[in-house]
Design a protein around this ligand. Structure first.
Ligand SMILES: Cc1cc2nc3c(=O)[nH]c(=O)nc-3n(C[C@H](O)[C@H](O)[C@H](O)COP(=O)(O)OP(=O)(O)OC[C@H]3O[C@@H](n4cnc5c(N)ncnc54)[C@H](O)[C@@H]3O)c2cc1C
Length: 382
């Protein structure tokens, strides 16, 4: 497989890099401090087509291929991780599910508002007792007079405060089922906003459903297909998290290298100390390995090949690389790395979440091991 980016992809990467460093990066600290995505930044994202990335051109979208999309996520993550995760959730989990499983009527109803950023998407899967074990979810979808009545709650719904459309998974008569629920639907209430270690621009909320009645036209796919829809979407968003890890690691390395050149100890820049050089070299090596994984998996996905195991591998490796590299670069900064004046402090907190979201590290390990043993004829599922 050839990992060299084509002229077209290089152009796309340069364009996103330029935009993100001009329009998003200068606001990263403010996003963290104010704990919200800034409307002026969101408007710029709309102008750049971020919300329409995966919508085909004949639906008025940007029609990006998967590799371009990953390059875009990487560059946004270099500028700000909260914004990057918002874009990943909106596109990989909500828009893509609608494009893959929606009826033409559903696409006509929702695509335009999602593409324009007028409405952001949120993905409501987790519950307090159903995180890794999503099949244990309890949110009920009871049939009442030909409609569905949702009763229960979802926890930690990212984009909760901003979203206009929630992709909600609930237990119907034939099993877990996906529903498109508009924010204004009576009975849906966006509740408590979590206080978080990092990714503070992201609004993570509990969402309550109290006799929230929705028509069958809002069901995505067939009854009982919800888990399949969720897992398919999660493959793409896991690859997206790996791209976020790549952008996060690159930014951390950039911050560490600059600091090590400017910071003087014992009369010389600390970059002249071999231990610092080793940290930087190790960080660069794993970052480049991650780039190959993301590129390879994006190419597989674009070619229409199965890629869920590769996405798990990329996510497992990418979230660790992001954690390890930000940790090393905090060390390069010494005490300054612990201070809010330096971007590395924020990246260290933000990147920590990547091992938790969209399936924890342990869940990825299980999925990868399950495939390996399956090929050997052994079922390790409980
Ligand atoms: C920043 C952030 C944003 C999020 N956004 C969303 C969102 O938009 N939508 C949404 O639906 N959810 C969201 N979540 C929830 C996230 O998906 C869950 O946190 C994640 O799936 C893990 O579930 P849990 O936290 O309940 O942990 P648990 O499943 O309770 O796990 C606790 C620990 O046990 C380990 N563990 C669990 N089962 C096993 C096993 N079988 N083998 C080995 N180890 C195991 C886990 O890896 C973990 O270390 C978000 C979470 C965070 C932190």
């Amino acid at each position: 497989m050839n990992f060299t980016l084509s002229e077209e992809h290089l152009l796309v990467k340069r364009m996103f890099a330029g935009f993100c460093s001009r329009e998003i990066r200068p606001h990263g600290e403010e996003i963290d401090r104010s704990e919200e995505l800034l409307p002026k930044v969101l408007r710029k994202c709309t102008g750049q087509g971020f919300w329409a990335a995966l919508i085909p051109a004949d639906y008025g979208g940007a029609g990006m291929d998967i590799l371009s999309y990953m390059l875009m996520l990487e560059e946004i993550a270099r500028a700000d991780l909260s914004t990057a995760l918002t874009v990943n959730i909106h596109n990989s989990l909500v828009v893509k599910s609608l494009m893959d499983h929606g009826t033409p009527e559903q696409q006509e109803r929702f695509i335009e508002m999602l593409a324009s950023g007028e409405s952001l998407g949120a993905f409501a899967l987790s519950e307090p007792a159903a995180g890794s074990d999503v099949a244990a979810m309890r949110l009920g979808a009871t049939s009442v007079d030909g409609r569905y009545c949702l009763q229960g709650s979802k926890s930690w719904v990212s984009n909760g405060a901003l979203a206009g459309l929630f992709l909600v998974f609930a237990r119907a008569e034939k099993g877990i089922t996906a529903f498109l629920v508009e924010r204004e639907t009576p009975g849906l209430q966006v509740g408590y906003r979590e206080k978080t270690l990092g990714l503070r621009g992201l609004s993570i909320n509990t969402v309550y459903f109290d006799e929230c009645t929705i028509p069958p036209e809002n069901r995505l796919g067939e009854e009982g297909q919800g888990l399949r829809i969720a897992l398919q979407a999660l493959s793409l968003s896991r690859l997206g998290v790996a791209a976020l890890g790549l952008g996060g690691a690159e930014r951390a390395l950039e911050e560490g290298v600059r600091f090590s050149i400017e910071h003087i100890q014992f009369g010389v820049p600390i970059a002249k100390k071999q231990t610092i050089q080793n940290y930087v070299a190790d960080a660069q090596a794993v970052t480049e390995a991650l780039r190959c994984l993301v590129t390879q998996t994006a190419m597989l996905a674009e070619a229409g090949q199965p890629y869920s195991q590769e996405a798990s591998i990329a996510k497992l490796f990418g979230s660790r690389v992001a954690y390890d590299v930000t940790d090393l670069m905090v060390q390069v900064h010494g005490g300054y790395g612990y201070m809010k004046d330096y971007a590395i402090e924020r990246y260290y907190r933000d990147c920590r979440a990547l091992e938790l979201i969209e399936g924890t590290t342990q869940v990825q390990q299980f999925l990868i091991a399950r495939d390996i043993y399956h090929r050997e004829g052994l079922d390790i599922s409980i």
